[in-house]
Design a protein around this ligand. Sequence first.
Ligand code: ACO
Length: 324
Amino acid sequence: MKTRSVIRGVGAYLPSKVLSNDDLSKTIDTTDEWIKQRTGIARRHIAAPGELTSDLACAAARRAMQNAGVTAEDVDLVILATTTPDNTFPATATRVQAKLGIRSGAAFDIQAVCTGFVYALTQADNMIRLGQATCALVIGAEIYSRILDWEDRGTCVLFGDGAGAVVLRAETTNGVERDRGIISTKLGADGRFYDSLYVDGGPATTGTAGYVRMQGKEVFKHAVEHMSSLVLGLLKAEGLTTSDLDWLVPHQANIRIINKVGERLDLSDEKVIVSLEEHANTSAATIPLAMNQAMERQLFKPGDLIGLTAMGGGFTFGAALLRW
Ligand code: ACO
């Protein structure tokens, strides 16, 4: 008998205001064609004035809890992956915990930029396996519109606001090969690339939130390499190959990164979940947003093998293998 973390519910939330590529072309020197061709993005959602990361996180979490059939009393762990917290401290997860009426267990934020959701999922899975939690809310929520330089066409067209969440439950299994739940996870970081993708502010530097700065080509190259090699490594460790993979849910940054990762893993396009056209890069929120889209399309079937993979600022990178 062993304990596995099983995803029992998925939820997502996108703010109602939509900013299309054409809208952007009225304020900066860009076109719908350039953005779509280079990135696959058509539009992004923008949080309303006064709307906070904790609001987005709660909206996604409520839907995930409803889908999982759990209440606030059941949840004993809240991990929020975010780069855009409501305040420098406390952790936005504690505000989410209070707003949702959760009264037991730990609540904390994880900061791993676009890899944040995979880092948070890994942490929750580890705590569940150790018996330190039984029902975890793992959330990715971001309001990038507040840390973008809206005059920098090289970055502002790429990002959007949104949130996604999953409910992970501890389930006891008899250890047979095809048990559902998270099979394995792998995290990494390479801080030598800190300056390749960063925000030029912060409490200890400028005292302001700052704006996203990025060396696009450098990020692109490393994203393809890390996102594909991590999944290959996880499969190999389990004695599996890419042909065993039913679905890949990659971080949604750029369709060209996603296509190259798919090619390296020898996956047909239908097996790769893509939702970025609708919401752009929402950093830590993209993987649960993409999972939610797949759920709405009823793609995942019991027993399906699913890979999640991401890379973000730091650089950080991470992947997970799970059986639905
Ligand atoms: N509209 C029109 N033209 C633009 C825009 C824009 N929005 N942005 C840049 N350009 C111009 C440039 O100024 C440049 O013009 P020039 O040749 O006259 O100098 C030209 O387009 C080409 O620019 P490049 O930067 O070479 O374009 P590239 O093909 O590398 O595409 C992009 C840029 C889309 C940013 C690409 O490098 C990329 O996707 N990188 C990955 C970055 C990413 O996804 N970051 C997200 C965060 S990290 C993550 O999530 C993994």
